[in-house]
Structures are given as C-alpha cells and as structure tokens.
Design a protein around this ligand. Structure first.
Ligand code: CTP
Ligand code: MG
Length: 234
C-alpha cells in the first residue's frame, strides 16, 4: 500500500474495571502478556511503524519484557500516555514520524488480526477517516434518568465500534490539536472518530471489524479472549 502508515497502540490505561492488581494489558493469556498478542498482529500487518503508549513509569518494562523479549522490530518509540485516553492518543500522535496514515488501536484488543488492520489501512486511503465496528446483534435502548426505557433506536443502523480507527495523519492530528486547545468539548470522548466528527467536517466511514475483536474490559472478557487466541495461535 502506498504511503507510510504508523500505528499508535494504547496501553496507558489503569484497567479499573478489570479489578486486578496488574494492569490488564500485562495480564497473561496462555503464558504471554495480553499486549504481546496486540503487538504480534501489528508486527505481521502492512503497518510500517508502531508507537507504543504505556503508563507512567512503564516504558522500560515494556521495552525489555515485551518488545525486546519477543523481538518486535516495528516498535519505533515507547512513550508515556496521559490521564484520559485522548491524552494518550495525542502523545502517541506526536511521536509519529513521517507517516501519511495512522491507525489508533486499543492495546486491550488482543484478538485483532493483520487482516482487520490491513482493511482499516485501506479504509484510511479510500475515505481519509474510518473506524472498524460490527452491526449490533442485541436491541439497544436509551434509558431516562430513572432507568426506564426511553428510546429504542432502529437496530439496523446501530454499530458497535471497535479499533483500529484509521485516518490521514494530518487530519487526525489537526482534530486532536483542536480538541486539546478547547476545554469545552473534552468530556465524554471515548473514541477517535468522535474527535474527528466534532472537530472537522470529515465524514467517518464504518467498515467491518470482527465480532471476535473484543476489548478486554471486565474479568470474563479475559476468558473469552483466551478462547479466541487459542484458536488463532493453534
Ligand atoms: N488507555 C490509555 N490511556 C488512558 C486510558 C486508556 O492508553 N489514559 C488505553 C487503555 O490502555 C486501553 C484503551 O485505551 O488499551 C481502551 O481503554 P479502556 O478499555 O477504558 O482501558 P482502561 O482505561 O485501562 O480501563 P478502565 O476504563 O476500566 O480503567
Ligand atoms: Mg478507560
């Protein structure tokens, strides 16, 4: 694919909902840290370079115990993240050098595949901005303040959104610079598409990820991810 592509891998979260002593990105799945699987997929994709964003004081551990130990050659920088996810993304974007496209991915999605990554890369070239996701299977309801059902949106238009989220680098960097300098928009930002949707005129294309591309968030997700990874690494 034409144009250099970077991936910003986010691993600076505290994993509060996992309720474990060790941050979830370092928990072991089948004998290897969760983050290993995420890096493995990107190492084996068409991405040219990887920027790893870790928690405060964790860069050396990641360098020695993950990147060097497993021989990931595409990792060009390891940088510390910030308080919220969007702070970490901003730091990661600033560490990218000479790339036309960038994929932003949750380190906590270890079941991503090189195929999904390459589809997102192609999406960035075709649409300038795209995110992977899947049509929802369940009925979704919006509740009112007392937790009574208030609205039931048309299911055929609802997607659950995953990562990678892939963009022209200059577009997403501009959107993040605007976000960082405008205090009022920063609340409730949970993904990168929202930043591009709010800060620019660009339309964000939804492309298919996979139902197995889950985010490891709560303890039962770890068991599900282990099942998918056992199958993939058999
Ligand atoms: N992340 C990050 N920097 C932050 C917060 C999150 O790099 N300040 C990363 C996480 O490491 C994860 C991804 O963003 O890979 C998605 O976030 P989430 O699933 O919410 O992870 P955590 O914030 O770690 O978990 P929790 O919200 O339960 O504390
Ligand atoms: Mg979080």
């Amino acid at each position: 694919m034409e144009g250099r592509t970077a991936a910003v891998l986010l691993a600076a979260g505290k994993g509060t909902r996992m309720e474990s002593q060790v941050h979830k990105q370092y928990l072991e799945i089948c004998g290897k840290p969760l983050l290993y699987y995420t890096l493995h997929a990107f190492e084996n994709s068409s991405v040219d370079e990887i920027i790893l964003v870790t928690g405060y004081g964790e860069t050396e551990y990641c360098q020695k115990e993950i990147v060097e130990k497993y021989g990931f050659t595409k990792v060009k920088a390891i940088t510390e993240g910030g308080k919220e996810r969007y702070h970490s993304v901003h730091r990661g974007l600033k560490a990218v050098k000479d790339c036309e496209y960038v994929l932003i991915h949750d380190g906590a999605r270890p079941c991503v595949t090189a195929e999904i990554i390459d589809r997102a890369s192609l999406g960035a070239r075709t649409y300038r901005a795209c995110v992977v996701g899947m049509p929802v299977k369940d009925t979704i309801k919006v509740s009112d303040e007392e937790e009574f059902a208030s609205v039931t949106p048309d299911r055929s238009r609802l997607w659950l959104i995953q990562t990678p989220q892939a963009f022209e680098y200059s577009l997403v960097l501009k959107a993040y610079e605007m976000l960082m300098s405008s205090e009022q928009h920063q609340e409730g930002i949970t993904d990168d598409a929202m930043v591009v949707e709010t800060m620019t005129q660009e339309k964000v294309k939804l492309i298919r990820g996979d139902y197995s591309n889950i985010k490891v968030t709560t303890p039962e997700d770890l068991e599900i991810a282990a099942l998918f990874l056992q199958k993939a690494f058999k």
